[in-house]
Write a protein that binds this ligand. Structure first.
Ligand code: GRF
Length: 219
């Protein structure tokens, strides 16, 4: 999509601590991701991720969803402000808002999300607790293209971790987060290299349809 010499222009959306955002900042700094972050958007004025962005000299925009009457009016403003930067790729890095079909359609093929489960298992919230409750032996994280279906778009890359008998929600979340920080910038780099596309209903890497769950990386 981009010639190798051109940096992929990213806009990153966050709602919280921004450790995934930090993994992008770090991957760019170390040369593992050929991209620039044009702006960070956040729906929570107090999110620590905003400090991370400011520390890295990245422009930030806070669009507080609580000041909008409904999801549609919030998304219209968000869409309009993001378009201002003409990004190649939009990264949902712990952005805890469900986006409207209009938004998703507008940026089709340019929206990546990370989800802390081995999708298609456990879309939605409380993924770590659900994996523990089910007695699963493994858990993980998945990067996927965003479509209208919540956490249901075609998977790009997945990393697994073992669930040990003494794992709690906290220990499991922290193990999985470490994997998130590896696979999310990696997927963005594939996109930046022009190797990754969203086709009609699957993700393709190097013109090959990716398998269910996407490429597998072991943690
Ligand atoms: C991550 O676990 C992500 O998968 C989930 O929210 C968390 C965000 O963490 N959707 P951070 O804000 O990037 O630290």
């Amino acid at each position: 999509m981009n010639p190798a010499s051109t940096k992929c222009k990213l806009v990153i959306l966050i709602s919280g601590g921004g450790s995934n955002l930090q993994s992008f900042i770090d991957a760019i700094e170390t040369g593992n991701l050929n991209a620039e972050i044009a702006a960070v958007f956040c729906n929570k004025p107090s999110a620590f991720g905003l400090t991370r962005a400011a520390n890295a000299g990245i422009p930030t925009e806070v669009i507080d969803h609580t000041t909008y009457d409904n999801r549609d009016s919030f998304d219209r403003v968000l869409m309009d402000r993001i378009s201002h930067y003409s990004p190649d790729l939009i990264i949902l890095a712990g952005f805890m808002r469900i986006l409207t079909p209009r938004f998703v359609h507008n940026f089709r093929g340019q929206l990546l999300n990370i989800h802390p489960s081995l999708l298609p298992k456990y879309p939605g919230l409380n993924t770590h607790q659900r994996a523990l409750d089910a007695g699963d032996k493994q858990a993980g994280a998945t990067v996927h293209f965003v479509t209208e279906e919540l956490d249901g778009g075609p998977a790009i890359v997945q990393s697994r971790v073992s669930i040990e008998p003494l794992d709690t929600v906290e220990t499991l979340a922290s193990k999985i987060l470490a994997e998130e920080h590896k696979i999310f910038p990696l997927a963005a780099q594939w996109f930046a290299e022009g190797r990754l596309q969203l086709e009609d209903n699957y993700a393709a890497l190097d013109n090959q349809q990716l398998p269910p769950g996407g490429e597998k990386i072991s943690g």
